[in-house]
Design a protein around this ligand. Structure first.
Ligand SMILES: Nc1nc2c(ncn2[C@@H]2O[C@H](COP(=O)(O)OP(=O)(O)O)[C@@H](O)[C@H]2O)c(=O)[nH]1
Ligand SMILES: [Mg+2]
Length: 299
């Protein structure tokens, strides 16, 4: 059970079918317009790399069944979201409005939200004024969302595509760099009943930035890395098995960040989890031990 393994910021592309989501992502990746995409089934994940930073861009299928099945999951865990609206599509305004405001509800409050009035190159299109009125866009000023912006875009001409991307990627970068703690961790406890507690701690941890000195933590809790299980490399992580008394946990540390704040944060969380478990859950110690043993073998 992995609680938090997402290291790369996620950007979710929403909008009804045929709004131009896939075409936009292609334009962003290649700088070119292409017109022969099949409707997206489910979702498509693209990776966009910028220097040392990687963004995962998920192009979500716009069909009713995909909207209901996939959108909330991705949108609620994204750092940036785009709602693509085809401004030549005048007959689905009520449906667009319904889904736009669902997205507004799901998106994390500090994420960036861009609204695309797309296909701006076409002749017979809704004016921006009209769109704002029909979709109630002025209400975004009362929304708890911190950054919302409207862009008049075209994947055909390229209008505002790069501008939007710069806005999104730079704000997300700044936010993540200011908060190094939360994005580099996967933290795993060996019993799924712990999941709600760990999640709560992760959220709390995201709010505060004060971190403990790692040596102090080690001393205070007489923590030992388990000697019989050396640290193991998996993808970009170094994986450590931790033990305190009869409790086990696995800590994933980003390889590039091993000596940094990341480790301290992970350990802090680990101890918070331990003390909560003792207070709030009666865990069968044998179960945890057995789980730990079996996971050892998988390594
Ligand atoms: N004129 C024009 N057509 C576009 C634009 N973006 C997408 N399209 C066209 O709109 C249709 C639907 O695009 P697609 O990206 O598949 O929509 P999706 O269902 O939202 O992924 C395709 O025929 C695209 O070529 C645009 O900016 N301008
Ligand atoms: Mg598509």
């Amino acid at each position: 059970m992995s609680i938090k393994k997402k290291i790369h910021p996620l950007i979710a592309i929403t909008g009804l079918e045929k709004a131009g989501k896939t075409t936009f992502v292609h334009r962003l990746k290649t700088g070119e317009f292409r017109a022969d995409f099949h409707p997206t089934v489910g979702y498509d994940l693209s990776i966009i790399k910028e220097k040392d930073f990687r963004f995962d861009v998920v192009d979500l299928g716009g069909h009713q069944s995909f909207r209901s099945n996939f959108w909330e999951n991705f949108v609620s865990s994204c750092q940036g979201c785009i709602f693509v609206f085809d401004r030549s599509d005048k007959n689905r305004m009520e449906l667009v409005k319904e889904w736009l405001w669902k997205v507004e509800e799901w998106i994390p409050k500090d994420a960036n939200f861009a609204f695309f009035a797309n296909k701006s190159d076409l002749e017979d299109i809704l004016s921006l004024e009209n769109i704002v009125k029909q979709l109630d866009l002025t209400k975004f000023s009362e929304s708890p969302l911190k950054s919302f912006r409207v862009f008049e875009t075209s994947s055909l001409s390229g209008e505002n595509i790069q501008e939007c991307w710069t806005w999104l990627s730079q704000s997300i970068r700044r936010r993540m760099e200011a908060k190094p703690t939360i994005n580099i961790y996967a933290f795993e406890m060996l019993d799924e009943r712990l999941e709600p507690i760990v999640e709560e701690i992760l959220i709390e941890n995201e709010k505060k930035n004060d971190l403990l000195d790692v040596q102090q933590v080690f001393r205070a809790h007489s923590l030992k890395m388990i000697d019989s299980l050396p640290s193991i490399n998996i993808d970009n992580f170094v994986v450590h098995m931790l033990k305190k008394g009869d409790y086990y946990a696995i800590l994933y540390v980003d390889k590039d960040d091993e000596q940094s704040l990341a480790r301290e944060t992970g350990l802090t969380m680990f101890f918070e989890v331990l003390s909560r478990i003792k207070r709030e859950l009666k865990i069968d110690k044998e179960v945890i031990k057995n789980l730990a043993e079996s996971i050892k073998w998988e390594f």
